[in-house]
Design a protein around this ligand. Structure first.
Ligand SMILES: *Cc1c(COP(=O)(O)O)cnc(C)c1O
Length: 380
């Protein structure tokens, strides 16, 4: 992660200020983040994307007996928050090109119990929002965006976060495109939902409610209107976030340049590359996942060995959730219901992509990938 002296100075300033937890830094971060996204949204800072998704589902009234549609190709947080509220997850497959939730699969999964669709903008490419919105409108469903990968990314020329959905939730976890160590941001245009999230992120405390009933707004007076959570962000984290936000676009441009170099260098190789955003749209390039087609004479293991030998970090995003013990046992799931995500889970590897990547590091990854594909191709 690119942490400069500016971030360090901002955190030190908070440490010296005498106020460490939620205060003016958080309020400024919320305002600056909302301004960045644009479109008249409101931003609510929380201590993780997972906390933010939990708050949004709670505020949206999701509960026992409800079903929420979730792509199987995601991190477990997207689905676990549904279980926090006693509702059920209905997993669906993803589109073979974009690897984002497949609108056709959504349509097939809708039942009379369906209340919401969770959308993940996988790797930082926006999902097919026009199709998803059409289905949501037809069935009166909420659309909630897990935007953990997609800051900043666009759909229809607008930033994810400013689309016509219930809410989008960003992550500032250590490896995300901007970071506060741990942190997240809910972005919404729904004032009532925002208010509920603000109350529930801090123990269900409501100063407004107390003032309303008692005609007294002395600072120490508050009412408790629900058993809330402890999901507030600290000023220390927010100070870091404000500096990261200032360079978010230059960080994104660096990742975009890495992605373009990879794509140009790998164009003729027998591997499947991640799709770029259409013209005039922004991809945040949180991940660069390649796929090694099953049936090719090379496999993921060859890439793992080659990258490991050169001490280059890599990961897999993701083993789909329907294969994980908890989800698989809970819903008796089968690969055959999710052919695209299952194949992806077997054949993908995420190459390193981050804004501080040096030319030498980029060249080294390119070199490894090309030499693995060539040497193994020569065996046959
Ligand atoms: C990182 C991530 C999360 C969780 O974010 P936290 O801020 O760590 O809670 C959720 N969904 C996806 C797709 C992620 O990549």
């Amino acid at each position: 992660m690119a942490i400069s002296e500016l971030e360090i100075a901002a955190v030190v300033r908070v440490l010296r200020s005498g106020w460490l937890t939620t205060g003016n830094e958080v309020f400024s971060f919320e305002k600056e983040f909302a301004d960045y996204i644009g479109g008249g949204v409101e931003a609510i800072a929380v201590n993780s994307n997972t906390a933010g998704m939990h708050l949004v589902l709670e505020a949206a009234g999701i509960g026992p007996g409800d079903e929420v549609i979730v792509p199987t190709l995601t991190f477990t947080a997207t689905a676990e928050v549904v279980r926090y509220l006693g509702a059920d997850v209905v997993f669906v497959d993803v589109d073979a090109d974009t690897l984002c939730i497949d609108p056709v699969a959504i349509e097939k999964a809708v039942t009379s119990k369906t209340k919401a669709i969770m959308v993940v903008h996988y790797a930082g490419l926006a999902a097919d929002m026009p199709s998803i919105q059409r289905i949501a409108q037809a069935h009166n469903l909420k659309v909630i965006e897990d935007a953990a990968h997609s800051f900043p990314a666009t759909s229809g020329g607008r930033f994810v976060g400013s689309l016509d959905t219930t809410a989008a939730i960003f992550s500032f976890y250590a490896n995300k495109t901007i970071t506060t160590g741990e942190g997240g941001m809910i972005v919404t245009r729904d004032a009532a939902l925002a208010k509920r999230c603000r109350v529930m992120r801090l123990h269900g405390l409501d100063r407004d409610a107390y003032a309303r009933f008692n005609g007294n707004s002395a600072q120490w007076r508050y009412d408790v209107i629900a058993p809330g959570f402890k999901y507030n962000l600290t000023d220390i984290a927010a100070a870091l976030g404000r500096e990261q936000l200032r360079c978010a676009e230059s960080l994104r441009v660096c990742r975009q340049a890495v992605a373009e170099r990879f794509t140009a260098a790998f164009a003729k190789l027998p591997i499947r590359l991640p799709v770029h955003a259409p013209a005039n749209e922004v991809h945040s390039w949180h991940l660069y996942p390649i796929r090694i087609p099953s049936g090719a004479n090379i496999c993921r293991g060859d890439f793992e060995a080659g990258l490991m030998a050169r001490n280059i970090g890599y990961s897999v995003h993701y083993t789909p959730l329907h294969r994980m013990t908890y989800w698989n046992a809970l819903y008796q799931l089968d690969d055959r219901s999710f052919p695209v995500a299952s194949d992806h889970g077997d054949t993908t590897i995420s190459l390193p992509i981050f804004s501080a990547m040096t030319d030498t590091e980029v060249e080294e990854v390119i070199d490894v990938v090309i030499s693995i594909t060539n040497s193994n191709a020569n065996l046959n």
